[in-house]
Design a binder for this molecule. Structure first.
Ligand SMILES: Nc1ncnc2c1ncn2[C@@H]1O[C@H](COP(=O)(O)OP(=O)(O)OP(=O)(O)O)[C@@H](O)[C@H]1O
Ligand SMILES: [Mg+2]
Length: 386
């Protein structure tokens, strides 16, 4: 029998009856947790439930606010609410906001049973759709400048858009002088700072309409116009924004630049894959080894951190086998050295995949994209056992 995971969010006194009735259900195995509203988001990230039931008797207004804010980060998470049921407008309002059910107080067994049946049906449907719907956050990172992080982030976004795997967002998280916009010759009108300032009223439509849509079919969110703007963003705000992006895009590819900052660490924490870029020379290799160890200490193991060897076959390169031995891990992808096509693309403000389609480097990006698509995302890894 499948286990369903449900969070009851709010005051104990509003939800005790629901808890009792859920325990009587015999047709499904249900794991329930009571969670106070302030810790709801953290618990949602930890537990990844199939349903949230809010208790709205005591303070309907603050519950409404909480629902709106949770919906931004967990757009597809079904939710229901327990309300005192005296005010029709309140009930209608919850349905308009997207509730799958509104349970009247005092809650009865039949109502809870109906809700669980609805949930099982929804869950089955989602599992069906989920087979071809992935959501992944990918970080492109290195602790050494000039190794090709931006080139890789840009061309990976292009490749994923070409492979038509849903909505793609290319995110520039190099808050001090990021240059993704220059690589693609797009005007950074709406930046990460604007997203943060408008976050309370932001929904997927507004976000999509605000972002630059590149002619090759992916969305771009450039870094703030003024470098110091990024300093005012807290880690908590960053995490919420990144979850919001994950809820709204199938793949988010972020150029993280070269430093461990509160922004990059917030993203690395949530990322499904970290592409750690190195080049085949001694300074870069030592740098990568130290970054790889730091990432390990931060808790990101080899299943998450993938080494990308860029500028492979460059004149005088260290043999890849030596690189693997030094890092004690295998290379996830090799991208060949191609200064001529890279320079030409940069000068045109176009992605190399658009200007040098048949090149060996373009093939390398194609293979990298295919590997990323083939990798299971976090959600699949942590799927609820049936
Ligand atoms: N595979 C490659 N072959 C040849 N040149 C490359 C390759 N990848 C990147 N380059 C070139 O190396 C330079 C640095 O690339 P890029 O800006 O992508 O690196 P970065 O790590 O983002 O640098 P920064 O420190 O400026 O952020 C650019 O001139 C780019 O065209
Ligand atoms: Mg860069």
């Amino acid at each position: 029998m499948k286990t369903l995971s449900i969070i009851l969010a709010g005051e104990d006194r509003d939800l005790a009856q629901v808890l009792d009735e859920i325990k009587k259900i015999k047709t499904a195995q249900i794991h329930v947790e009571l969670v106070a509203l302030p810790s709801l988001k953290d618990e949602l990230n930890r537990i990844r439930p199939q349903l949230v039931i809010y208790g709205a008797n005591s303070n309907a207004e603050s519950v409404e606010q909480q629902i709106r804010s949770t919906k931004q980060s967990f757009a597809n998470l079904p939710w229901a609410v327990v309300s005192d049921g005296t005010n029709v407008d309140t009930i209608l309002n919850f349905f308009r906001m997207g509730a799958i059910d509104v349970l009247k107080n005092p809650v009865e067994f039949q109502d809870v049973k109906r809700l669980i049946e609805k949930l099982v049906e929804l869950d089955n449907r989602n599992n069906q759709n989920g087979k071809d719907e992935k959501r992944k956050l990918v970080a492109v990172f290195s602790t050494k400048g000039g190794v090709g992080s931006t080139t890789i982030a840009v061309n990976l976004a292009v490749e994923l858009a070409k492979q038509k795997v849903g909505k793609i967002l290319l995110l520039d998280l190099v808050l001090q002088h990021g240059n993704v916009a220059d690589f693609l010759d797009v005007l950074p009108q709406y930046t990460l700072m604007d997203t943060i300032e408008n976050f309370e009223r932001l929904d997927s439509n507004l976000l999509e309409n605000s972002l630059v849509k590149h002619e090759l079919g992916f969305y771009v969110l450039p870094c703030p116009k003024e470098p110091e703007e990024g300093d005012f963003i807290t880690s908590q705000e960053m995490s919420e924004i990144f979850y919001f992006f994950k809820a709204n895009f199938n793949y988010v590819i972020a150029d993280l630049g070269h430093e461990f900052t509160k922004t990059t660490i917030s993203y690395l924490d949530i990322a499904d894959s970290i592409l750690l870029v190195t080049t085949p020379d001694v300074p870069s290799l030592y740098n990568t080894r130290s970054a790889f160890n730091t990432l390990k200490k931060l808790g990101y193991g080899p299943e998450k951190v993938k080494i990308i060897l860029n500028r492979h076959k460059m004149k005088g390169e260290i043999d890849p086998s030596v690189i693997q031995k030094t890092l004690q891990t295998s290379l996830f992808s090799r991208l060949v050295d191609d200064p001529v096509n890279c320079l030409a693309a940069a000068n045109l403000g176009k992605a190399l995949l658009a200007t040098a389609k048949g090149s060996e480097l373009a093939k390398g990006f194609h293979e990298l994209g295919t590997l990323i698509i083939g990798e299971p995302s976090k959600k699949e890894k942590n799927h609820v056992p049936s």
